[in-house]
Design a protein around this ligand. Structure first.
Ligand code: HEC
Length: 151
């Protein structure tokens, strides 16, 4: 029994030390609505539900974004997600970048996005077949299918 308590104590100590390891800041910079993406309501609803937590400045931070080790993953995903694609500053992107991102969005909804570690704790964010169709239709301007360039 003594060994067990020692083990618990070590675990608790490690957990405590984890909390002092610095990680990314948890910030939601102010949103200028004029810079936000403009898309049909149906598309916006899906983006807001399933993508905005990592791809906008309007992240709904969960409680575990304050608890290591989970916070390392959550905060990193948000920082990297915003860097790759940020719907809050979409209007600042030039035409070329928007087109590129839309192609990328078209492809991402098939499999990669939202990230699996996010879906695990946010099952409501999972895209239905109908959601995917709506996003793909919007991302390809109604053309439906985008030829994937081979580079
Ligand atoms: C849990 C956080 C998270 C969620 C939720 C999420 N993403 Fe991402 N997404 C990321 C991260 C992190 C990256 C960057 C990956 C990298 O750089 O390797 C990324 C990258 C992307 C990219 C690639 C951008 C580029 O540079 O070409 C697209 C497109 C994308 N996400 C679309 C979406 C869409 C659409 C949704 C919603 C259906 C979504 N993501 C939801 C975290 C997320």
């Amino acid at each position: 029994m003594k060994g067990f308590y020692l083990y618990l104590g070590v675990l608790a100590a490690v957990f405590l030390i984890f909390q002092f390891i610095p990680s990314y800041e948890k910030v939601n910079p102010p949103v200028d609505k004029s810079k936000e993406i403009k898309a049909p309501t149906k598309v916006m609803d899906i983006l807001k539900r399933s993508c905005y937590d990592c791809h906008s400045y309007e992240t709904r931070w969960p409680w575990y974004a304050d608890v290591a080790p989970m916070k390392w993953i959550v905060r990193r995903d948000v920082v990297q997600g915003r860097k790759a694609l940020n719907f809050s500053i979409w209007q600042d992107y030039d035409e070329e970048k928007r087109e590129k991102l839309k192609k990328s969005i078209y492809r991402s909804v098939n499999l990669a996005m939202p990230l699996p570690q996010y879906l695990w704790l946010n099952p409501e964010a999972k895209l239905s077949e109908e959601d995917k169709k709506i996003i793909k239709n919007w991302a390809s301007d109604g053309k439906g299918y985008i030829k994937i360039d081979i580079r």
